[in-house]
Ligand binder design. Structure first.
Ligand code: PLP
Length: 430
């Protein structure tokens, strides 16, 4: 495989950008080797600057659910762009977007547009703190909510100990306020709420964990958290930056029938542009400035070009049967990979939700973060590189979910399974 041009670019980039990238996981540090530089993308495929073509299961980390460079999305952007890139006064597309989100996700009675998932989660916990007058936040091991200080926190030695900074630069005084629970553990949540429930402003969770590979909630788990929050006066915040509009039109909250108090979005609602949003109960959202005292603002929030890309994407995924087809493709892919691993005698397990999946180099089931950590990451890394050689781009980390788009048809799935058969054979011999 030719890599000269990517290599030259990465050499230049490494001089000027920390690690050669603008977001850490892109650097291939956990799988080894160097990233390739994209030239363009179309449908299910990425093309690099050396002329290599890859079947892409990253989809820009989630937004490209309708495939790359979808003509309807590009047309919408081109049309809006001609009228100007940003106005700094309200525009009609922001209203259309708010109408779209609130009609697709009924728990969101009002929304505020922001520019990234990180901004959405930061704003949501500020709102939770401002509205409840409490300071503590609960989050879960393995969940990722962007790079805000309050989220870059790891658990202390026991569930009831204070959180510890997970990155230099996060003040211990702030980390203290974030408690971390094991995902899918009913009793740990009950115990923590019994102790400190009255101090908790909000509990934030990825209802399906997509940042520890992919872990699904146990039956009744999200309902259990809903009840704990209600009983203790804490707000339930679903971080649906990844699952929103993906696992069902209305996200995980629709799939599992839970009504959170607040939700955060990103990725798909920007259709590939930098967009985030948070929304929820009207009595909470109306406490945001300027209708209320809780401050949050953004120079480019509700940007017309970004709204156009997001709205065009929402229109595509709103077509009847879109999510059913996505679910079928996800199952076909995962079943095919499991069968190929079985033939090669490689211990392997997949987890799936519509449009997203987890690959584990271990026997199943995988229901907790500890289970996910039990995956053989050295094997994953060899598999990753063998697949890349075979023209398939998986997320360059054993702990990232994969994404299927509507552009991944039968031919693409079959080609992926064929590449996987060869890759499993290769790593099975090592
Ligand atoms: C990607 C992601 C974020 C952060 O979004 P950015 O746009 O990268 O800031 C937050 N939460 C979840 C669940 C995510 O997957």
């Amino acid at each position: 495989m030719k890599t000269d041009r990517s290599h030259a670019l990465f050499t230049r980039a490494s001089e000027l950008l920390p690690g050669g990238v603008n977001s850490p996981v892109r650097a291939f540090k956990s799988v080894g080797g160097e990233p390739f530089f994209a030239q363009r993308a179309e449908g299910a495929y990425l093309f690099d600057v050396d002329g290599n073509r890859y079947l892409d299961y990253v989809g820009s980390w989630g937004p490209m659910i309708a495939g790359h460079a979808h003509p309807q999305v590009l047309d919408a952007v081109a049309k809006v762009m001609r009228d100007g890139l940003s106005f700094g006064v309200p525009n009609a597309l922001e209203v259309t977007m708010a109408e779209a989100i609130t009609s697709i996700v009924p728990s969101c009675e009002m929304v505020r547009m922001v520019n990234s998932g990180t901004e959405a989660t930061l704003s949501a916990i500020r709102l939770a703190r401002g509205a409840t007058g409490r300071s503590r936040i609960i989050k879960f091991e393995g969940c990722y909510h962007g790079h805000g200080d309050s989220f870059l926190v790891k658990a202390g030695s026991g569930a009831l100990t204070l959180g510890l900074p997970n990155s230099p630069g996060v003040p211990a005084a702030l980390a203290d306020l974030t408690m971390t629970l094991p995902y899918n553990d009913f009793d740990a949540a009950t115990t923590l709420f019994d102790e400190i429930g009255h101090e908790v402003a909000g509990l934030i969770i990825e209802p399906i964990v997509g940042n520890a590979n992919c872990i699904l909630p146990r039956d009744g788990y999200l309902q259990h958290l809903r009840e704990l929050c209600t009983r203790h006066g804490a707000l339930l915040i679903f971080d649906e930056v990844m699952t929103g509009f993906r696992v069902a039109p209305g996200g995980a909250q629709q799939r599992y029938g839970i009504r959170p108090d607040l939700s955060t979005f990103g990725k798909i609602i920007g259709g590939g542009m930098p967009v985030g949003a948070y929304g929820g109960r009207r009595d909470l959202m109306s406490q945001i400035a300027p209708s209320g005292p809780i401050y949050q603002a953004g120079t480019l929030s509700g940007n017309p070009v970004a709204m156009a890309a997001g709205l065009a994407t929402l229109e595509l995924i709103g077509q009847p049967g879109f999510h059913d087809a996505l679910e079928r493709s996800t199952h076909a892919l995962c079943d095919g990979l499991e069968a190929a691993a079985g033939e090669a005698g490689v211990a392997f397990h997949t987890t799936r939700a519509p449009g997203m999946f987890g690959l584990y180099f271990r026997e199943g089931p995988v229901e907790t973060f500890a289970d996910a950590l039990g995956s053989d990451t050295a094997r994953f890394n060899r598999f990753f590189h063998a697949m890349l050689e075979g023209g398939v781009y998986l997320a360059p980390s054993a702990f990232e979910a994969g994404f299927v788009s509507s552009a991944h048809g039968e031919a693409e799935i079959a080609a992926t399974v064929a590449a996987a058969r060869a890759a499993f054979e290769q790593i099975g011999r090592m």
